[in-house]
Design a binder for this molecule. Structure first.
Ligand SMILES: NC(=O)c1ccc[n+]([C@@H]2O[C@H](COP(=O)([O-])OP(=O)(O)OC[C@H]3O[C@@H](n4cnc5c(N)ncnc54)[C@H](O)[C@@H]3O)[C@@H](O)[C@H]2O)c1
Length: 331
């Protein structure tokens, strides 16, 4: 694991880092987490990866708005509120959390969740955009609603809370306050490489990668970073996809546990990650990969345009040493 939940016990009165003995009357134990004093939102935190992210951010000291609309995976019927359990568990463990049941893929829902964080806990520092759904079909079988629902929940569901958080953070900066905002988006290798059967989902997740770069470029000057993860974990979303491969082996390190993913998110949320901006990570088990943006692999350059006929003649040069077919999935 990159970062296990960490609680440093420090005696009040001892200087940080000294672990020195404090005068007797000040000997009161306090705990310190990576995110003490921070306020976080995790969308889609009722289950799966979002649940583990909310639990870990809270264990690291953040006050967490646990958002989940409570929707079923492949249709719009609402389950019971899974986020209620997460809020209860955080409180049981001594943390602070509040429930939000808004649909974050609406402008109003995005605004509500940000406003709730500010009104309940006094500020907002960390926005983890995680909520998602699947409507997998081949492009020739896909219906308009499959396309619209997935694009809306993922792409607008990332942008709506990010927009309202950005407005809040920019206003604070303009008022002369110091802001250390964090946006952590959730992309997918299905989008970074383009998975067959997921035209809607893959396009949304590729859009989230581009959105991450754009937010990073726009907001860096206000003290805000925007990064994205592309996780692999065993959740209800992937239990059919990964099947036996993702089964837990008793006694072995559980590489498919969504807790592994949450560690990277807590790291990116921490003050120590202020220098990491516009980055995309593939994360799986004990493997974390920092991914590059698109780079050219072949080129034709000259100070004149290429006619279509010239391109036919030069295509061997453009794809010299590389395959001109569909790029490989994964790495
Ligand atoms: N599990 C993986 O291996 C994997 C791989 C790549 C990407 N992802 C991404 O990780 C994120 C979490 O996925 P998961 O596997 O934990 O799935 P999950 O289905 O277990 O959890 C997703 C949660 O989002 C909630 N949600 C859906 N629409 C919402 C909305 N409009 N507003 C608020 N909440 C909403 C659901 O109710 C659900 O609790 C998703 O964005 C997913 O695309 C997961």
């Amino acid at each position: 694991m990159l970062l296990a939940p960490r609680r440093i016990i420090r005696r009040a009165g001892a200087a940080p880092g000294t672990h020195g003995a404090a005068p007797r009357k000040l000997q009161r134990e306090t705990t310190m987490g990576l995110l003490d004093g921070k306020v976080a939102i995790v969308t889609g935190a009722g289950r799966g990866i979002g649940r583990e992210e909310a639990l870990l951010l809270a264990a690291e000291g953040a006050k967490v708005i646990v958002n989940d609309v409570g929707g079923a995976l492949t249709n719009t019927a609402a389950d019971e509120h899974p986020a209620e359990d997460v809020v209860a568990l955080i409180k049981e463990r001594g943390g602070e959390a509040a429930l939000n049941g808004d649909d974050i893929s609406t402008w109003k829902g995005g605004n509500n969740v940000v406003t709730q964080a500010i009104e309940t806990f006094g500020s907002l520092d960390i926005l983890v955009n995680n909520a998602g759904i699947l409507r997998d079909k081949m492009s020739f079988n896909m219906e308009e609603s499959d396309w619209d629902d997935v694009i809306r929940v993922h792409l607008k569901g990332h942008f709506a809370p990010a927009h309202h958080a950005a407005v809040y953070w920019r206003n604070r900066t303009k008022a002369g306050e110091e802001v250390t905002g964090r946006i952590i988006n959730t992309s997918s290798e299905a989008g970074l490489y383009g998975n067959a059967g997921q035209a809607n989902y893959g396009a949304a997740k590729a859009g989230i990668a581009a959105l991450t770069w754009i937010l990073a470029r726009e907001l860096g000057r206000y003290g805000i970073t925007a990064n994205a993860i592309a996780p692999r974990a065993r959740t209800r979303m992937t239990e059919n996809l990964f099947g036996d491969m993702a089964k837990k082996d008793d006694g072995q390190f559980d590489a498919w546990d969504p807790k592994n993913v949450a560690n990277l998110v807590a790291f990116l949320a921490a003050p120590e990650s202020a220098d990491i901006n516009g980055q995309i990570f593939v994360v799986f088990g004990g493997n974390i990969y920092a991914m590059s943006a698109f780079q050219p692999v072949g080129q034709l350059t000259r100070d004149a345009a290429w006619t279509p006929e010239e391109l036919i003649a030069a295509k061997g040069e453009l794809f010299k040493g590389i395959d001109s077919g569909v790029p490989k999935f994964g790495f």
